[in-house]
Write a protein that binds this ligand. Sequence first.
Ligand code: SAH
Length: 236
Amino acid sequence: MTSANSNVDEAELRKFAEHAANWWSRNGDFKALHDINPLRLGYIEARVKLADAMVLDVGCGGGILTEAIARQGAKVTGIDLAAEPLEVARSHGRQSDLDIDYLLCSTEQLAEDKSGCFDVVTCMELLEHVPDPQSTLNACSKLLKQDGHLFLASVNRNPKSYLLAIVAAEYILNLVPKGTHDYDRLIQPAELAGWLRAADLEIKDITGMTYNPITQQYRLTANSDVNYLVHALRSG
Ligand code: SAH
């Protein structure tokens, strides 16, 4: 397993730090995260009760998902390794009057300190940016209570996802900043399934997320060829 702080690519952190100032701008660089947020919150809420749950949001960035979860009455901690988005998250959380604990901390380090503490761990749009996703997932597993829930979101790797998630989303439709995703780092659900099993996590569901450029809307779908959400349970 990667040691406490080595599972990070500084160039990846810089990509997000550079755009941090407009994290909450509804039509800015992170418009796509704002647009998919109701879908992913709905996906989580359909599977767990968030009120009073201890929730950890890994790779929380500026806090779009973190705040939505906190609004449902959960006690939320958000962690990220980039200082700029975390600062944005802290200040936006204060303005929103939400009591969220934001920490600059690696998943692996937190797993040393808070093993078995969380009912729910969310880790969305992060795994395709880390050098060793297995290490991140091992740490997520360790952070969960027995029978705790893990929610992931990532991008599949195949010719269709290359065309839609990279060529179209970054260069034609400008849905996300250019260079956001490296094709080689995208993750096939079968690879993810293997990593989850190795981390004592049992997959309960995989659901796709698709974008319609005409209506400019996202929706959940059975097809996980491009973007997808995963629900897994910490098994024994
Ligand atoms: N999860 C949030 C933000 C996704 S953007 C959401 O979906 O709304 C990806 C985030 O991962 C960025 O904030 C970036 O700083 C963070 N990140 C990248 N590499 C990381 C690492 N190795 N450990 C923790 N966070 C990381």
